[in-house]
Design a protein around this ligand. Structure first.
Ligand SMILES: O=C(O)CCCOc1c(F)cc(-c2c(C(=O)NCc3ccc(C(=O)O)cc3)noc2-c2cc(Cl)c(O)cc2O)cc1F
Length: 395
């Protein structure tokens, strides 16, 4: 992605050199246990010293991949805006490169992180606008579409990881308040899975009731295979788990109501939560009619999923979606990225998300998370010749 010379101005040379320098390093993958330990016993100075380098490495790795994107996408106004945000943030953080870890520098760094977080708040929507601009400009060939899919999965998981580093630092060492006094930064050392499931269900049900005036109920089964009969808790980022569950419940409710109609007795959504020695598994089973394998694949696809932009005035999201049949999609508030982004949240700490749909019957969605925190390592994209090959040649 060409960084606009206007922005880079005289720094083109030195910034390009810095990008080359920092993109040579592999991002350092942390386990959720390491985040927890550091949040409990680390110091602001050590966090600053690690972060000011690691953020430059993670930014440089993904910024170098930008340049491998299909030129047609790079030229879209919204794509250029995103690349300029990254260039600005990279430059901002470079200012701390040689700084000491004095309390004054740490305070300045914390303020800078707040600016960077705000600058990048709408990256997902803006990149989605870029895909819409591309689709409306001259369409996308299959090779570009596969390259875009490969890049965006890497781009968004990189963004999740950068925001995790920043938020964790600001909550533990800055003046951002944690969600709960028990939390260490954004991490809950004893995340009660059942309560997150209920929160996500009730909020999705509220949206469903508001639009359809009806909604399916939930039947929830909890099985703790490690400590029989005890509540299920894991070390997790509650906001990530909530995001995944909320999206999957919205999809299951939408399918169920659309398939059975608002006047029918709606079949329950059955949810199973099982904690094993290695995996925390959550399965959401609906009888919403299911989708064929071809449609299912499209739900993960950023090009297909990029719905028309939501109304700016906050009114109800568009009811139809051009690329997935004519199904009214009242619960879709964003650009249709709920599923691919949820899968990235699951994969971020070495979990995963799978869908098994039986067309004509219903869909099972399974989330797997690491039950052992020292095994839950960040999955971070590394800029290398293989990413170059995938982006330019397509898989
Ligand atoms: O807004 C977002 O982020 C995600 C927006 C996403 O919107 C969708 C949505 F919520 C649910 C479905 C859907 C349908 C369906 O709709 N079946 C009827 C039809 C059959 C064929 C076709 C077709 O040929 O096009 C279309 C619909 N059946 O199962 C699911 C289903 C999908 C997922 Cl990912 C899930 O976790 C649970 C489910 O029950 C499809 C969506 F697309």
């Amino acid at each position: 992605m060409r960084f606009s010379r206007k922005l880079l101005g005289p720094f083109v040379g030195s910034l390009a050199k810095k990008l080359d320098y920092y993109s040579q390093f592999q991002p350092s993958s942390l386990t959720i246990q390491q985040y927890l330990d550091f949040g409990r016993i680390g110091t602001a100075a050590n966090s600053y010293t690690f972060l000011k380098n690691e953020l430059l490495v993670r930014l440089a790795n993904i910024m170098q991949e930008f340049t491998l994107l299909p030129p047609k996408l790079l030229q879209m106004p919204s794509s250029k805006m995103v690349s300029n945000w990254y260039a600005e943030s990279f430059e901002d953080l470079l200012l701390f490169e040689a700084s000491d870890a004095s309390p004054e520098q740490v305070a300045r760094f914390n303020d800078q992180l707040t600016v960077v977080l705000k600058r990048h708040a709408h990256v997902v929507e803006t990149m989605a606008e870029g895909l819409i601009e591309l689709r409306e400009s001259d369409g996308v060939d299959i090779a570009s579409e596969k390259g875009i899919q490969y890049f965006l999965d890497r781009f968004y998981i990189n963004r999740i990881s950068i925001r995790m580093l920043q938020n964790q630092h600001l909550v533990v060492f800055g003046n951002v308040l944690p969600e709960s006094p028990r939390h260490v930064g954004c991490i809950d050392p004893a995340c009660d899975v059942e309560s997150v499931v209920y929160d996500a269900f009730e909020n999705a049900r509220f949206l469903c009731d508001r639009y359809y005036l009806t909604s399916p109920s939930m039947k929830l089964e909890m099985h703790n295979a490690v400590e029989k009969g005890k509540p299920i808790s894991i070390v997790a980022v509650p906001s990530h788990l909530y995001h995944m569950m909320f999206e999957l419940f919205k999809n299951a409710m939408r399918a169920t109501v659309e398939y059975h109609g608002v006047d029918d007795d709606l079949p329950d959504i059955k949810v199973y939560v099982v904690k094993g020695n290695e995996d925390l598994s959550i399965k959401i089973c609906d009888r919403g009619g299911g989708v064929s394998r071809t449609i299912l694949e499209r739900l993960y696809n950023y090009m297909y999923s990029t719905a028309p932009p939501p109304p700016r005035d906050g009114t109800q999201a568009p009811l139809t979606r051009s690329h997935i049949g004519n199904m009214n999609i009242p619960l879709q508030a964003g650009y249709g990225y709920g599923l691919p982004l949820s899968r990235l949240y699951a994969r971020y700490f070495l979990g995963d998300l799978f869908l098994v749909s039986m067309e004509g019957h219903g869909t099972d969605a399974c989330i797997y998370l690491k039950a052992v925190p020292v095994e839950a390592s960040e999955v971070l994209p590394i800029y290398s010749t293989s990413s170059r090959r995938n982006l330019t040649m397509g898989p």
